[in-house]
Design a binder for this molecule. Sequence first.
Ligand SMILES: Cc1cc2nc3c(=O)[nH]c(=O)nc-3n(C[C@H](O)[C@H](O)[C@H](O)COP(=O)(O)O)c2cc1C
Length: 332
Amino acid sequence: MISTKSRLILKGKTKEHRINCLAIQSPLAGVSDHVFRKLIRKWAPKALLFTEMVNATSLNLGHGTKKIAKLSKELGPIGVQLFDYRPDAMAEAAKQAEAAGAFLIDINMGCPVKKISKKGGGSGLLKDASLAAKIVTTVANAVDIPVTVKTRLGWDEASSDPISFGLRLQDAGAQLLTLHGRTREQGFNGKADWESIAKVKAKLSIPVIANGDIRNPDNALQCLQQTNADGIMIGRGSMGAPWLIGQIDLAIRGEPIFKTPSAKEKIIITLEHLNGLIESNGDHGLLIARKHINWTISGFPGSSDLRKSLVRIESPFKAIKLLEESIKSVSS
Ligand SMILES: Cc1cc2nc3c(=O)[nH]c(=O)nc-3n(C[C@H](O)[C@H](O)[C@H](O)COP(=O)(O)O)c2cc1C
C-alpha cells in the first residue's frame, strides 16, 4: 500500500485501485443514495463516495438491490458498504456488488443500531475480533476489488483496543481502515477522539482514514495534521452540503476554495435534489427530500419560512413550483 499526499493506492487482486482525492464521503444510511452522490460529484469528481450500508443477506435474497443498481452508470469510484455477521453471506453479497460495479467493498463494523449489533453485525463485530477477521478474509478471497473496513474505537471505553483490532483486520486482508473516533457506547456523543486515531495510524501499515466531527476545510486540515491519517471521511457535515467534500479536497491540495453556494444556488441544488428523488422514487421522493430540504435551505434570509412551507407541501408538483418561484425571487 502506498499513500502519497494527493492519492491512495489500494491493491486489488489483479490491479491497483487509485483514490485520487483524500476527502472521502461517508456511507450514510437514508442519505447517500445515488441522487445524493450525483450532486456531490459536481464538486468532487474524483472522490470516493459510498452507498448507504447494505444488508448482505437482503442483497442475497434479492432485496436492497436498488442500492447498487446504478453503480456502473455513475461516474467516479463508489464503494459499497455491506453489513452482516455471516462471512459467507458477506462474500456472496460482495460478489454481487463487484459485478454491479463497486470500486471496493467496505465492511461495516461500527453501526450502533441494536437490531444489527445484537446479532453480531455492525459494531457487534467489535466484540468478536476473530469473526471480524474471518469476514474480512472470506470477502477478500471472494472478490478481486479491495476490501476495507469502517469501524469505531471499540465497543466501550473499558474494552477499547483499536490498535489490536486494526492489526488483526490488516493481517486478515483489509486494505484500508476508516476509524470513527468514538466507541459504540458513545454513539455520537462527546468529541471524536482524533488522538486515538493518530495512535492507530502510527501502528498500521495500511492506510488509515480519520472520521468524526470534520465539518469544514479548516478542521479537516487540523484532523489530517493531528492524526497523520492518509485521508479523511466526512459524514454529517456533508448532509445538506454536497459541495463540502469538494471544498475540503481543494483545501488538502492547497488550492483556492470556491465559495459556499449562495441562497439562490442552494435553492437550485435543492430543486435538483428533489427532481432526482422524484425521478427515482415517484411521489414518495418528496418525503425523502424533506430532510435534505431542512438541511440545505438554511443560513440565508427567508430560509426558515421557505423551509417551513416546503416541508408542509404534500404535492411534489407544488414543491417544485415553490422552489422555481423562489429561485426567481431570491436576489443572489
Ligand atoms: C444519518 C446517518 C447515517 C449513517 N449511516 C452510516 C452507514 O450506513 N454506514 C456507516 O458506516 N456509518 C454510517 N453513519 C456514520 C457516519 O458514516 C460517520 O461515521 C459518523 O457520522 C461520524 O462522522 P461525522 O462526524 O463526519 O458525521 C451514519 C451517520 C449518520 C448521521
